[in-house]
Design a protein around this ligand. Structure first.
Ligand SMILES: Nc1nc2c(ncn2[C@@H]2O[C@H](COP(=O)(O)OP(=O)(O)OP(=O)(O)O)[C@@H](O)[C@H]2O)c(=O)[nH]1
Ligand SMILES: [Mg+2]
Length: 302
């Protein structure tokens, strides 16, 4: 039997459940997930095997109307992911339906989607009744010519196998792109920085999660088999530093503990995690911050 392999981009509005689906498809937490919008900032690949097919899922930042340089770079990365993929899966939230944002994405797909297979995945079906779903599927298919429609719950796993099996038949024939046992290609230092950013996003309120970035500065393998990981949290204002640290350093301490626990589990060995908060007013205008995130600085040009 001949093998197949290809890229499947997951696109959609922020919070649609793209990262949750990627993690489920891959069977490991490769991409961070929070209940807040704009969690994912760059493209993250995760590899899934289905029969003789290797499906490389590409998680993308949510598509929204960008205001800042960082927003623009994120949205560009998402559309770039769609443009580079063999198959695009548009994910929408069942309970939100055909929102204005989804309407704008459908317009964008008119161009980017040309000559590409595009499927619809209505996610979070656990939140609505069946008749609502059928109506929504009909409405969306009247708006856009989807190759196939799936009703799924990325979180609970409903419908996910059917989607994966269908995708396995859609990716082109060809040799596998990654070793069979590889699930991700993000460098470990970046995965570790993302874990810390997830804990910060969960812990901090309002705009703050969007005003910071995390970088792994140093990674040292120790003789006893443990790893020492040093990370910097860049914030843009003095006041933000105080909030990230928290009263008597409580906030940063709890963030550090949960990030360390996750990293320890991921690596299967002891980790010493050291976090430092630095104020860097203009970090969102620094090219190096973008390359560290896996984004293209110039994509953010207005
Ligand atoms: N009820 C329900 N919640 C879900 C489902 N899938 C994802 N979620 C939740 O939706 C929220 C957003 O999930 P993410 O996977 O981070 O969404 P995303 O599309 O990657 O979001 P961005 O990275 O911000 O673009 C999280 O709280 C998930 O737990 C689902 O099938 N059902
Ligand atoms: Mg995401």
């Amino acid at each position: 039997m001949s093998t197949r392999a290809g890229f499947v981009a997951l696109i959609g509005e922020p919070n649609a459940g793209k990262s949750t689906l990627l993690n489920r498809m891959v069977g490991a937490k490769v991409s961070i997930v929070t209940h807040k919008v704009q969690t994912t900032r760059a493209r993250i690949r995760g590899v899934a095997m289905e029969g003789e097919s290797q499906i490389v899922f590409v998680d993308t930042p949510g598509l929204f109307q960008p205001r800042r340089r960082l927003d623009r770079a994120m949205v560009a990365a998402a559309w770039g992911g769609a443009a580079d993929a063999d198959v695009v899966v548009l994910m929408i939230e069942a309970h939100r339906g055909l929102s204005e944002g989804v309407g704008r994405i459908l317009e964008g797909l008119g161009d980017v989607g040309k000559g590409r297979t595009i499927a619809l995945a209505i996610n979070k079906i656990d939140r609505v009744e069946a008749p609502v779903l059928l109506g929504l599927a009909e409405k969306l298919n009247a708006e856009f010519d989807f190759a196939e429609t799936f009703m799924i719950s990325a979180e609970k796993g409903h419908g996910v196998d059917a989607l994966r099996q269908w995708l396995a038949g859609q990716v082109p024939e060809g040799p596998w792109l990654y070793p069979e046992d590889q699930i991700a290609d993000l460098p470990m230092r970046m995965i570790a920085a993302e874990m810390t950013r997830e804990k910060l996003t969960l812990r901090l309120h309002q705009e703050l999660p969007y005003q910071l970035t995390v970088e792994t500065e140093n990674w040292e393998e120790r003789k006893d088999g443990s790893a020492r990981v040093d990370q910097i949290i860049y914030v843009s204002r003095d006041g933000h530093k105080g909030i990230v640290l928290g009263y008597k350093g409580e906030t940063i301490k709890s963030v550090s503990q949960s990030a360390r626990a996750e990293l320890t589990e991921f690596l299967g060995r002891k980790v010493h995690l050291f976090l430092q908060v630095k104020v860097r007013e203009k970090w969102q205008e620094e090219a190096e911050r973008y390359s560290e995130m896996g984004l293209n600085f110039k994509d953010g040009n207005a």
